[in-house]
Design a protein around this ligand. Structure first.
Ligand code: NAX
Ligand code: ADP
Ligand code: K
Length: 504
């Protein structure tokens, strides 16, 4: 699913109006119907409702929704903020339509002074102050109103966007002046900023309402941001030839584990095998040899000459992919070996965890990484690599720049892991859940992506399929076990079911 910027949303609106064709006011009516329907499904008609409408089309939506709810028997008070004396055309039309009907409890047009109504825990506030047209942080009277609503015990449903939240970049926004909604009913597609962890407190529960924006327009518009969908992943999955033998299914090399962190190597190795690789070899310190042999008898172990750390690069000629980093440690010897390893490796690489931490301590090296390398940092690891970011938006922008600059695929891990590609595009992964916030989950992802690379998936596909399968395994595990007790090992156990669900 493409995620458009507010400028693109505005253009697509216009495209739909021209090409469907549909009058602008009728498109607003369609949106309002969808919003009203969603509200009536969630709140009974004995809920007292207060609508706050702004001067633009978000306010227009709110006025149309107020009319529809009043006609459905809800008790509605409406405050329309017309401070500058100018309403958008469709907002003005909806004001006229609203004032024609008798069923509204009260309609107040605020032009100067505003005496806020009491908002009790029974009240539902419908927030239609500002939507995708906001162009600067809220201030003055609007910020006071937002603070008043946020401090009240009422429930809040926001139309399209919580008022005050920018659809993309909130780095310089004033967080106290953004509505904290319980529910956000967003039109057509989630906005980019909804995918960032720190904005969940503003959007609350999100529901996307289809308002039938021109599919032709959507098709024609290139989006930098996409949310991966199951059908995309199904198309990318490779089948198994019935004559397949292990030599055809990829030969993977993992370099992982140090003394005390052998578990990371075990998790990555097991995940690699469960992701369908033909053969996996694990280069790990001597002290892990027996542990590995016992834990993963399917793997070949290549013990390092050192007892407790990775110290010498391996020849990669025979391998189809390298996964490096889980539990590796960051000692000086390991750092030198890692850099030598990256320098001599010819096959596709995924570098995670301590491999990233080592690079963060030697930033000059980042520029020399092999083209097409996959890096899988969590937010802290990325900050170590590229400096502190104020928020997820800034971090994503930096990751995109780095991916372009060094020709890498960077997966910024999180609720919606973001794959930043060298061509500037970003794919967000929708699967996964909070049960996966447990040590070792990332090692499992590294194992999966290494396997897919070894099986011949191109970098972008390996990342997209890998992220999706990893999250889906977590979702199926959570369906059966609940989130609380989930461990990284469960992700491996449920990987077969994830594959099966996608293959069926
Ligand atoms: N395809 C779509 O997405 C559709 C969008 N519609 C609605 O239209 C909305 C967008 O409407 P608009 O583009 O009119 O924008 P908004 O209604 O979000 O706000 C625009 C108005 O707010 C003013 N403004 C912006 N930032 C401000 C600030 N910080 N302080 C004070 N005033 C500020 C602008 O000057 C303008 O008057 C969407 O959010 C949605 O609710 C629907 O009506 C129909 C279809
Ligand atoms: N709340 C969540 N929702 C979805 N996925 C999550 C969530 N928390 C963690 N994950 C996933 O789990 C993995 C955690 O990786 P990471 O932080 O590197 O863990 P570790 O270093 O312990 O292996 C990432 O792939 C991330 O996307
Ligand atoms: K809003």
């Amino acid at each position: 699913m493409k995620i458009f910027t507010s400028a693109q949303i505005h253009e697509l609106d216009k495209y739909t109006i021209e090409h469907e064709p549909i009058e602008s006011i009728d498109l607003m009516e369609r949106a309002a119907k969808a919003i009203t329907h969603a509200i009536t499904e969630m709140w009974h008609n004995d809920t007292p409702m207060v609508v706050f409408a702004g001067p633009g089309n978000n306010g227009g939506d709110a006025l149309a929704v107020a009319r529809m709810l009043a006609e459905a028997g809800y008790s509605i008070s409406v405050y329309l903020f017309n401070i500058s004396g100018h309403l958008s055309e469709d907002c003005a039309t909806n004001k006229a339509r609203l004032t024609e009907i008798k069923k509204i409890k009260e309609f107040i047009e605020v032009t100067q002074e505003f005496d806020p109504p009491q908002l009790t825990s029974e009240t539902l506030v419908i927030d239609g102050l500002f939507g995708s047209g906001i162009n600067k942080p809220l201030a003055g009277g609007f910020s006071s109103l937002v603070k008043y609503i946020n401090a009240s015990p009422c429930k809040v449903v926001s139309i399209d966007v919580p008022s005050g939240l920018m659809t993309e970049d909130n780095t310089y926004n004033v967080r106290a002046n953004i509505i904290r909604a319980d529910v956000t009913l967003t039109l057509q597609q989630p906005k980019l900023s909804f995918l960032f962890a720190e904005n969940q407190m503003f959007t609350g529960w999100q529901k996307v309402l289809d308002i039938r924006i021109s599919s032709e327009g959507i098709e024609k518009t290139d989006a930098h941001y996409n949310i991966v969908e199951e059908r995309d992943v199904r198309c990318m999955l490779r089948g198994r030839n019935s004559f397949a033998h292990k030599g055809m299914m990829g030969n993977a090399l993992l370099i992982a584990g140090s003394y005390g962190m052998g578990g990371a190597a075990i998790l990555a190795t097991k995940a690699c095998l469960r992701a369908g690789v033909g053969k996996v070899t694990v280069h790990t310190p001597k002290s892990n040899n027996i542990i590995m042999q016992i834990s993963v008898p399917e793997a070949v172990i290549l013990p390092d000459s050192e007892e407790t750390i990775f110290s010498e690069p391996t020849d990669t000629e025979d391998y189809d992919a390298l996964g490096i980093g889980p539990g590796l440690g960051t000692s000086e010897t390991t750092a030198i070996a890692l850099i030598a390893q990256l320098r001599r490796t010819q096959c596709p690489i995924v570098a995670d965890a301590d491999a990233i931490n080592i690079l963060a301590n030697r930033r000059a090296w980042i520029q020399q990484l092999p083209k097409g390398i996959i890096l899988t940092p969590h937010p802290k690891e990325f900050d170590r690599l590229d400096g502190h970011s104020t928020d997820s938006g800034e971090r994503l922008a930096k990751a995109c720049k780095m991916a372009e600059r060094i020709g890498a695929y960077i997966i910024l891990k999180g609720r919606y892991s973001a794959l930043c590609m060298p061509d500037g595009h970003v794919a967000f992964n929708p699967t996964g859940n909070a049960g996966m916030a447990t040590a070792g989950s990332g090692d499992v992802l590294t194992g999966i992506i290494t396997a897919l690379l070894a099986r011949g998936y191109k970098q972008a596909e390996a990342c997209i399929v890998g992220m999706y399968l990893h999250g889906l395994a977590g979702d199926i595990a959570a369906e059966e076990l609940g989130m609380e007790s989930l461990t990284a090992g469960d992700l491996i156990t449920y990987l077969p079911k994830a594959f099966k669900r996608l293959n069926d």
